[in-house]
Structures are given as structure tokens and as C-alpha cells.
Design a protein around this ligand. Structure first.
Ligand SMILES: [Zn+2]
Length: 267
């Protein structure tokens, strides 16, 4: 009897997950329009900027978003703030990032990789909020970006370079330096248990509200995995576990970063 109950529960959970998957796939276009309409005057063409700290962040954490936005014909730019030179492999990692972006659907012409001595790939380095925010806002203006996607205050893995980007974007938001039609979204960090149950995490993401949810099916997952495999210097054994079990290979949820008064003059 108890085995029968367990079997029914597992089956129900799987069916619920699959139903939610199809529901989210259909709803993404509407969710994006709703987010954009809150900021723009009817312009629903997406010009998105994904801001990351290291080569491999784009596929480890943002692959579901990038793949789904590319499917919806969005124009996506990637700004990676370091070459990932912690182990002196910067040149190689730069090429790996370009290869990964090609797999995800971002052409090299829309990828910017910084190599700035004040922005080293180092969890102990404190990146300057003013420097990072000035780089990001220049990028937003230059490419007429209307959607910025980056880490939240916990940076998914807690890496100091990830959280530094969130601080910089929050600074831009609170000081009104972001163009009026541009929305700012932060990738939700989930706890350890939720992080490693792969696509089975979807019902939990659905229960906890977010303003945007991007979900991959089996084809999208294969694409995300192929992008991960481009980062050959990073393919240690635990990366393969990450590829198999991380919910960030299947699901991304975002919250809006609240913005302060626009055009604030700072003296
Ligand atoms: Zn990183």
C-alpha cells in the first residue's frame, strides 16, 4: 500500500512538473512583454544585456535565459567583466567563452570581454562599484539596451565578483542612472537543496513568485550542455555533476531590481 502511495506521489509530481514546463514555455513571451511594457512606451523588441563576471558564467547560470531569448529573436549582448585569469588561463578562457556564446546563439560581435587590472578574477578582490557601474551604463547606452540580466545579491555561488556586479547595478538603479526604458533583472539564488534537483525544482520555482521564468526542454538542455563543454579548462569531475544536477542548467527565475528616481543629479 505504502509503495503504491509513493509511486502515485512521484508520478503526480512528475506530471505536475511537465504541465508547468509547457505552461511556462507558452507564457514566456507574455511575461517578457509585461516586463518591458512597465518601462517602455510600447517598444517590445528585446535588446538584452547579460552581465557576467567570468567566462562560463553565461552557460553555468544563464543558459536557459539566453537560449529562450534567442528562440524569441531577441538581440542579446554579453558583457563579461574578466577574462577568468585566476589560473593564468585568460587567453584560452576568452576563446572558450566565444565558442560557448556561438553555441548559445550570441555572435562574437555582441560579446565584450574586459581585461582590466582593477577587475581581476579573484574571489578575494573587491571590485569598485563605481568602475563596474560606469562600464555597465556605457554598454547600456551604446547598444540601446532595454533589459539587463545579471546576478542577485547572493550571486548564485556567492562569488565576490558576482555580488560586486549586483551592487553596481543596484547602485545604477538607486541613483537613477539607467535609461527610462531599461529594466533590470536579477537571477534568483536558490538554496543548496533546490539548486541540485535539476528540472524537478520547477514546481518550487512556480510556487515562489518571480517576474520572469525561463525553462529549457530536452533540446535546450542539450544546447546548454554543449556550451558548457566548450569550457574545456573548467571540465573537472564535479562540473559533470553540475551539468547533470544543477537547476540552473534548466531553469532561471528573475526578480526586478527596483529603480529610484530618474535623472538624479549628484553633486
Ligand atoms: Zn563566475
Amino acid at each position: 500500500m505504502s509503495i503504491y502511495l509513493v509511486f502515485c506521489s512521484v508520478l503526480s509530481y512528475l506530471v505536475w512538473t511537465i504541465c508547468l514546463y509547457y505552461r511556462h514555455r507558452r507564457a514566456l513571451g507574455k511575461s517578457l512583454n509585461r516586463v518591458l511594457k512597465a518601462f517602455s512606451s510600447g517598444d517590445t523588441d528585446i535588446r538584452a544585456l547579460v552581465v557576467t563576471a567570468h567566462p562560463d558564467d553565461e552557460c553555468m547560470f544563464f543558459a536557459p535565459t539566453i537560449i529562450r531569448l534567442v528562440e524569441l529573436k531577441a538581440c542579446i549582448h554579453l558583457l563579461c567583466l574578466s577574462e577568468g585569469n585566476y589560473y593564468k588561463q585568460g587567453a584560452q578562457r576568452k576563446q572558450e567563452l566565444l565558442n560557448s556564446c556561438a553555441v548559445l546563439g550570441i555572435p562574437a560581435s555582441r560579446v565584450t570581454i574586459l581585461d582590466h587590472k582593477k577587475l581581476p578574477d579573484d574571489p578575494k578582490a573587491e571590485w569598485s562599484v563605481s568602475l563596474v557601474s560606469s562600464v555597465i551604463v556605457r554598454h547600456i547606452r551604446h547598444h540601446c539596451i532595454n533589459m539587463v540580466l545579471t546576478f542577485d545579491g547572493r550571486g548564485v555561488s556567492g562569488h565576490a565578483n558576482h555580488t560586486a556586479i549586483h551592487k553596481a547595478v543596484s547602485h545604477l538603479a538607486s541613483t537613477g542612472q539607467v535609461p527610462n526604458d531599461c529594466c533590470l533583472l536579477s537571477l534568483v539564488t536558490v538554496g543548496l537543496l533546490r539548486k541540485y534537483i535539476a528540472f524537478l525544482e520547477l514546481p518550487l520555482s512556480w510556487l515562489l513568485s518571480s517576474c520572469l521564468c525561463c525553462v529549457l526542454g530536452s533540446q535546450g538542455y542539450r544546447q546548454a550542455k554543449a556550451a558548457m563543454l566548450c569550457h574545456r579548462t573548467q571540465l573537472l569531475w564535479f562540473r559533470y555533476l553540475y551539468i547533470t544536477f544543477s537547476r540552473y542548467m534548466f531553469i532561471n527565475t528573475f526578480q526586478m531590481i527596483p529603480q529610484g528616481p530618474k535623472n538624479l543629479k549628484i553633486y
